[in-house]
Design a protein around this ligand. Structure first.
Ligand SMILES: [Zn+2]
Length: 204
């Protein structure tokens, strides 16, 4: 129990949602938590296993590169299981700390099928999570884009690791880490710096 009154708790959860820390069913009296990144309370295509046993669903593909650096997993190897968003071929990654130890198959990529220009400050993290999907290389990324009628950019696992490093290093490590505000141009710059082709996100 939080010890907070219902009204106070609603306010706290909405503040946390504004700061990208949770997604809450804000239209429900029960204030159900949908996500608290890197975790998801509802099933997603990305799951985490420890020693062969299911541990948790993750918010999205990007969280595969942040979860293992949380302090409670120090020295542990985590297995991330997912599938290609276009054809459901299974994929797996082994992560430890901020390191990607192994991936199967070798050509796993992450398709980001939306534009950061639609992720302004204050939007729930669930909306951003919904844009990140594992795929088996660029051809499968294109297939997925055609299937859903959206487009975006494609990152290798090494590039996603670099993009996610700031979050991985600070979450549960930096007590003064403030609310996350998704400023689109700054977000795009982080992608560009890692060598990801962000031309699909240029403002015309
Ligand atoms: Zn595929």
């Amino acid at each position: 129990m939080s010890g907070l009154e219902r009204g106070q708790l609603r306010r706290v959860l909405l503040d946390l949602q504004q700061g990208f820390a949770v997604t809450v069913a804000e239209d429900r009296l029960q204030l159900n938590l949908v996500k608290a990144p890197p975790y998801s309370a509802v099933p997603t295509p990305v799951s985490c296993f420890i020693d062969g046993e299911f541990h948790a669903y993750l918010g999205c593909a990007a969280e595969a590169f942040t979860i293992a650096n949380l302090p409670m997993y120090s020295g542990k190897s985590l297995e991330i299981r997912s599938y290609c968003a276009c054809c459901y071929e299974p994929i797996s990654l082994e992560v430890e700390g901020i390191s990607l130890m192994a991936q199967q198959p070798a050509d796993i990529c992450v398709a980001v099928v939306n534009s950061p220009w639609s992720w302004g400050p204050g939007i729930p993290c669930d909306r951003v999570c919904d844009s990140f999907h594992f795929v088996l290389g660029r051809t499968h990324a294109s297939n997925f884009e055609e299937q859903i009628g959206r487009s975006g950019v494609v990152a290798t696992t090494e590039q996603m690791q670099a993009v996610s490093r700031g979050t991985a290093m600070r979450r549960m490590h930096a007590p003064d880490w403030g609310p996350i505000r998704r400023e689109p141009d700054a977000f795009i710059e982080v992608f560009r710096e890692t060598g990801i082709d962000v031309s699909a996100w240029q403002v015309m």
